[in-house]
Design a protein. Structure first.
Length: 54
């Protein structure tokens, strides 16, 4: 729950990308929470959730 709340807070602070951020978080929330609970770096997480190339 803490990670979910923090993700939402980050989106609120982004400004003009807020709506896109919230859509992304809503779509990938469970996966993001799981990935952010690991020791993986940002690039690895991005690849693991399928939004970045290897």
């Amino acid at each position: 729950d803490d990670i979910k709340k923090k993700l939402e807070m980050i989106c609120d602070e982004i400004g003009f990308l807020k709506s896109q951020c919230k859509k992304f978080v809503n779509q990938y929330r469970d996966t993001l929470v799981e990935e952010l609970s690991t020791t993986d770096d940002a690039k690895t997480i991005c690849v693991n959730i399928g939004v970045c190339k290897k």
